[in-house]
Ligand binder design. Sequence first.
Ligand code: NAP
Length: 546
Amino acid sequence: MTGLEQASAADRVNGARPPAVAECDAVVVGAGFGGIYAIYRLRQLGLRVIGIEAGADVGGTWYWNRYPGARCDIPSLFYSYTWSPELRQEWRWSEKYAAQPEILDYARRVADRFHLRAAIRFDTRVTTADWDEASRSWTLRTDRGDSIVASYCVMATGNLSVPNKPKLRGLERFGGPVYHTGQWPHGEIDFSGQRVAVIGTGSSGVQTIPLIAKVARRLTVFQRTPNYSVPSRNAPLSDADVAAAEPVIAKYRESLETPEFGRVPANAFDAPVPERDVQWTRYEELWEQGGGGILTAFPNILTNEAVNDVACEFVRDKIRGIVKDETTAEALSPKDYPLGVKRICIDSDYFATYNLPHVELVDLREEPLEAVTETGVATATRSFALDALVLATGYDAMTGALAAMEIRGRDGTSLKAAWADGPSAYLGLMVSGFPNLFVVTGPGSPSVIGNVIHACENHVEWITACLESMRAKGLTRIEPEHDAERGWMAHVADAASRTLYPKANSWYQGANITGKPRVFMPYVGQGYRHRIAQIAQRDYEGFIRR
Ligand code: NAP
């Protein structure tokens, strides 16, 4: 039986309504920036494509993250696709760091401009995906009871798409509304006059806290670990800003590499340690400039502790300068991990918010959170009466969305079982045992380090070029060699171990999720784009194509 016949038979048995089974060449799961571009490129190849998206619209993370203050942390002019010069000319960002509604509008514009919506099934979640070796096809089932059979499956399910909802004792008893920043309701949430608590001080918390403080009667922030945050200096964009960015973007497309904060440059390991004064002056300049540029101040800032220590001290000094209450300033100052090895936060007035009389920081390291009650939150020493609770507690990052589906590859092996000791993917693109299944910005690729839109573009272009070359050769099956994958993941681990990245309990290594294996997931080495391009040129070295 082919995959299509199997799917029809299963649906006849299980479904009350007539089975809906569709066949296509490629199925794309997720309609965020990776997914919609994949649909576009695959259709350009002349393939029949079906997209599946859990949300009611395109946008991925920007569809779900509607919390007050949500905006990009890479300048908008670069937080954009580079592949369409027309789109670049037609779209005009209003601010240096665009807010969520504008980014969502951009994704919608792309979907409309390139007629992508008709290919996408919205409000639909994939539950299982099964590989059938005989027919060389994937059968995906959805929560609507439908099946899609496709030769190729592209998982564009995002790295930060499954919210981490911590099991706080008593949370279900709380009488008021509980919001997660990553699943924010549509429509206006009015906190005015309310007593609100935010749990979590990562990028989401740091962005939303100043906005909630503007309207709430009282805002209590529960912080477990302080974060390094730098000012965005957000401002309206001028025509001159737009004109200045264009050659940089054009160069990026040519060179395949882009200067991004968070990446470790090739000259990191033999760069000199600058004098402290030289460093301090440079950090001052970059602080005034705003944004994540501080992480590009010196090539060895993410590899040399002596350099990084000065940067940490610089930011702590800034915090002490802004926050008037000394105890609060100390509690807000990170001291036990290097700068930049958790994603740096980019804020607008975050630290200054703690000077407002109705805003209080509760340091959970001093007074642990005991329970959520019917009326608020209790720590070891105090009770806080609340009207609303905001969880800014992050995501089951990089693997969460893939683990939420039952994906069974060759010989029925489940992806969850294959990744029981941590994720593994050749080049972060494909997994041994799971033929014809591509992962956009998967673990083992740079993905979340730097600019994710560019990372998505890079992967989508690589995947579509690969499929095009297979078609030209009459090939229909691709899978990475097990040894090539193992070698690559060893290299990913080695690249991280040569940096300061492993020195923080970050979501980069799954440390925020209880029981998740500790594996450093993003690739922080150099020349990734060149490397995967070379592998393609060498007839897809490390892949078995037939
Ligand atoms: P996050 O960085 O993982 O931060 C989660 C916060 O919740 C941390 O402060 C964490 O404390 C805290 N937390 C988690 N469980 C807790 C518990 N049981 N009790 C108390 N505190 C708890 O998540 P995020 O802020 O959503 O950001 C995730 C990533 O999304 C970012 O790093 C970034 O890449 C991306 N993002 C980007 C932007 C942007 O600026 N464009 C905005 C939002 C998100 P610990 O640190 O102690 O675990």
